[in-house]
Design a protein around this ligand. Structure first.
Ligand SMILES: [Zn+2]
Length: 458
């Protein structure tokens, strides 16, 4: 029986073909039947459709396990349609989505409603996280059993912040009881508030106000609680040398930890934040050049074993027409996810093999998704074809509603050409404008601004 589609003559990183693979990408054909990869090899039989790869790079679909689409509750900022379109442009066929605006996902019932609301509106695969607050200890165990992860904020507004040891320990124990995964925003609230009181909320001092010490203290505390309860902990958006070292030390003790890196902490420093203001305002803050170097080393040595975008869209007016102090935190990063990390490959931070491990097979293992993360027969046909293309980023390149970006004007050398989700062509650069046009033609119901009560994260 012939395959539905054969991608002819593509280059696949060795680590995508076999666990632990190393070396030059291998030229192969990839056959797809239905939603799965049917065969990988040289000289495969003709398919019912064929695509000439011409030696282009083919990657497993990336798993970006940290984005905010802000639907429901704040879809004027993004929404599933534009958010998932942005992620596809960035090569992410699976994403982890965190509802950090009201209504929060605090019970299994709310989580099921959230998952149901995605149906027909998300163009990629969505892992919807739940969250732990000061109010939902009674329901967090059931939630942790259902959801792919439980987000804990150690520094946030209102009931979202859980920074007190005993309250945090109770949450860790509940999640560990069902072998759930804690995904942690690691900054300790009292230290963040002390830092802001000391340094103010100015761009030039933001890295001091939201300090490396606040981040390390949160990680030290969560490491201890992981040791006491056995809970699996994944640290989001690690931003400092101190934090990377604390994770390295915890892993060396054998604790079930993992850590994630975001491109903006590896590409910018506090000097950029001082120069460009709220465009680069995010939590945790972007730290110093020394921190940037340490983070690059931590990605290289695998201390940070996952990459993520922390796509955090806000409207231009909120981001740029307010004083720095009042501007919301967060950088939109979904559209450029793969292009930026390929830039970091060129910079020597990663190899193509370690990119596959940090962006595909690593997060698949973390989230126990055995059906994706590599390019092998039987796995889901979630695939990204990359094109070599020298380009300068413009606002028109973003499917996200948040088009103001610190990357506008940046020259990049590669980008996604085509993306398949379960064998279906979900993004085609040649027809990319169609995705944006579809959103314009059928806009989601727009919630009025003003409900953005909770947050403090991004
Ligand atoms: Zn975030």
């Amino acid at each position: 029986m012939s395959a539905d589609l054969v991608l002819r003559d593509v280059r696949v990183p060795a680590a995508a073909l076999a666990e632990g693979g190393r070396g030059e990408p291998v030229r192969v054909d990839v056959a797809i039947t239905g939603e799965r990869i049917a065969a990988v090899g040289a000289g495969l039989p003709a398919g019912r459709a064929e695509l000439a790869g011409g030696g282009a790079l083919l990657l497993p679909g990336l798993i970006d396990n940290h984005v905010h689409y802000r639907e429901p509750g704040a879809s004027w900022k993004e929404g599933y349609v534009t958010g998932t379109a942005a992620s596809l442009r960035g090569g992410a066929t699976t994403i982890g989505e965190i509802q950090n605006n009201a209504p929060l996902v605090e019970t299994a019932e709310q989580w099921r409603a959230k998952v149901a609301s995605l149906r027909g509106r998300a163009a990629n695969r969505v892992l919807a996280y739940g969250c732990a607050t000061r109010d939902n200890l009674a329901t967090v165990r059931e939630l942790a059993a259902a959801a792919p992860g439980i987000k804990v904020f150690l520094a946030a507004d209102g009931a979202l912040e859980v920074s007190e040891r005993s309250a945090l320990r109770a949450i860790f124990a509940e999640v560990a009881a069902v072998d759930g995964l804690l995904v942690v925003h690691a900054e300790l609230g009292p230290l963040v508030r002390a830092g802001v009181a000391q340094w103010g909320d100015r761009a030039a001092d933001f890295h001091r106000a939201r300090s490396p010490e606040a981040e390390r203290a949160a990680i030290d505390l969560c490491n201890e609680l992981s040791a006491e309860t056995g809970a699996r902990v994944h640290y989001f958006h690690v931003s400092s040398a101190l934090a990377a070292e604390a994770i390295r030390a915890g892993k060396a003790r054998g604790l079930p930890l993992s850590g994630a890196a975001c491109a903006h902490y590896l590409l910018f420093t506090d000097a950029d934040v001082a120069a460009r203001g709220a465009l680069l305002k995010c939590n945790p803050s972007i730290k110093t050049a020394a921190d940037r170097s340490a983070l690059r080393a931590a990605v290289r040595d695998g201390t940070l074993d996952v990459i993520q975008s922390d796509h955090a869209p806000h409207p231009r007016a909120e981001k740029l027409e307010r004083p720095f102090r009042q501007a919301p935190s967060g950088i939109p990063g979904a559209d450029l996810f793969l292009s930026l990390w390929l830039e970091l490959v060129d910079a020597g931070v990663l190899t193509l093999d370690s990119l596959v491990e940090r962006g595909c097979s690593g997060p698949a293992r973390l989230h126990r998704l055995s059906d994706r993360g590599r390019i092998a027969p039987g796995l889901l046909a979630d695939l990204v074809l990359v094109e070599e293309h020298d380009w300068t980023v413009a606002e028109a390149d973003f499917a996200s509603k948040a088009k103001q970006s610190p990357y506008v004007g940046r020259r990049l050398r590669r980008r996604t050409a085509k993306v398949w989700v379960g064998g279906r062509l979900a993004f085609d650069r040649a027809q990319a404008e169609d995705l944006v046009a579809r959103e314009a033609a059928a806009p989601p119901p727009l919630e009025a601004p003003g409900a953005d009560a909770k947050g403090g994260c991004c």
